[in-house]
Design a protein around this ligand. Sequence first.
Ligand code: NAI
Ligand code: 15L
Length: 302
Amino acid sequence: DNIRQTSRTSVNCSKGPPFCATGLKKALNTMVNPIKTHHRILLTGAAGGLGTALRSRLGMNCDVLRLSDKVAFGDAHDSEEIALADLADAAAVDAAVAGCDAIGHLGGISVEAPFEAILQANILGVYHLYESARKHGVKRVVFASSNHVTGFYKQSETITADHPARPDSYYGVSKAFGEDFSRFYFDRYGIETACVRIGSSFPEPKDRRMLATWLSFDDLHRLISACLSTPVLGHSIVFGMSDNAVTWWDNSRAKHIGYVPQDSSDVFHDAVFARTPAPDLNDPAAIYQGGGFVKADPFKKA
Ligand code: NAI
Ligand code: 15L
């Protein structure tokens, strides 16, 4: 009944669709002010670290930025709306999604945690979000996936979006679920999603591993803007990283998005090396891309 009849393909292909990265697209991507592509964008996880960083930036992409989280975080500024919602609450999520034409889904548990908590926020939460998107006709979602979908690849390996998932945690499994779930909603209902496997997005890299995984806040915004504005997004997987000298990820399957990072962890290299000890090369946290997540204990009381 609601199956899209048009032929849709995954666009994680090296050639990309006809509209893929052109010089013009790249130029738009690197502009300070990205193009306004949407009327009302919903940003979940708005009270979190990345939500806070994006709040001041994503307003450029839309007329109205609707901010959602399960915790209160103050009042709406100009051109903002606030819609508090626990992602585990289907009705609250539905109310937050209604009236939006794109979603940046950053809400949820962002570290390893007991499975029951992950289940509510990250698994049921994704289901509620996409169901609401389907009901309300939202056509494009940027999903904050994570490098922990592939955290059990070694740091000596370079992977593309075509490598099978190797989650390193319940958390990583939940992000792999989100990637598969969004793939299903693309194939079945035509909702386009960029699954952004964010590396480590913080003001600065905190340790040596993050020199490879770092994504600046400005590059995160550039990447999300590119995902929102590219003519054909399809269902895409893209690694969220800045232009770091050392990297474990190959984004050649996401060229159609036209993301061109402008920042690099390289400027922090010497300072990070000076303040952090050399890693024990037998430590799983130094062997695998997921770092400490590969040995995190979800059963340990905080
Ligand atoms: P964060 O933990 O600072 O923010 C997550 C937000 O989600 C919080 O404000 C929290 O209140 C909210 N939240 C948690 N459970 C919820 C629920 N049941 N209902 C509604 N809201 C809920 O995390 P951060 O760093 O801002 O990350 C944002 C997103 O990006 C997360 O999905 C995370 O998994 C993903 N990500 C972040 C990375 C990073 O380096 N910061 C790396 C990879 C992925
Ligand atoms: C993530 O997925 C987490 O949300 C973030 O807090 C960092 O730990 C990041 O990965 C990382 O791998 O550095």
